[in-house]
Design a protein around this ligand. Sequence first.
Ligand code: KIV
Length: 262
Amino acid sequence: MNINQIKQLKYDNKKISMLTCYDYSSAKIINQSNIDMILVGDSAAMVMHGHNSTLPIDVATMALHIKAVAKGAPDKFIVGDMPFMSFRKSLSDNMTAVEKIMKAGAHAIKLEGFDGNLELIKHIVQSGVPVMGHLGLTPQSVNSLGGYKVQGKIDEDKIKIINDTQSLEKAGCFAVVLECVPSTLSQDIAKQTEIITIGIGAGDCVDGQVLVINDMLGMSGDFQPKFVRKYLNAEQLFLQAFNEFDKDVKDSQFPSSKESYS
Ligand code: KIV
């Protein structure tokens, strides 16, 4: 899958599926699936490293996750997230961070927000790197937003998100993630822009959907936002397997002669 094929999906009015992924083994399974795009998201900070926000992850750690995913999913279009603050420094430092993410194996980068990012986005695009924007609930700004809340509910915010999407499109972004915004806002954006819209908690008036893999597999404990659909209860299945192994070991049922060398 390459960027032209992703764009073609939109032109053909076909929905785009995207999942986050952070490791080689899961990437290998996604590679065999029909999923169109992979996001190596900075949500890795929370679901892989146990932090309570996405802020602590750095470029080197993101690059490690991207390298593993790129090895496991050579056929998929991989978007690498620019972590918190990695694109808010000097142009030179910002571009070094972009370079590390791309050289790790991403085919595009994603960065959150619009204010103050316009010139950088143009520069990245002009450097031959596809850019995906991210508007609405931007988790890296959780401290300014005062929590993980639905965005764009009041008219002023709604207009800003529409304007920012248009500006991202003009700056050359090929796509934008819309996170936790009312469906009516996504609908307005779809009417007023041509950019590929990928929603997470943004209703169905978008071109595609992204979910955090751990959430959709049922591996995120009690974390159950309204927009997540659980396709598996992996936590339960893992627990069952772990306890069966524990019992077999303790009952001397594992290993059997078949599982031992003669
Ligand atoms: O990091 C991430 O997983 C994301 C998605 C929530 C879109 O940015």
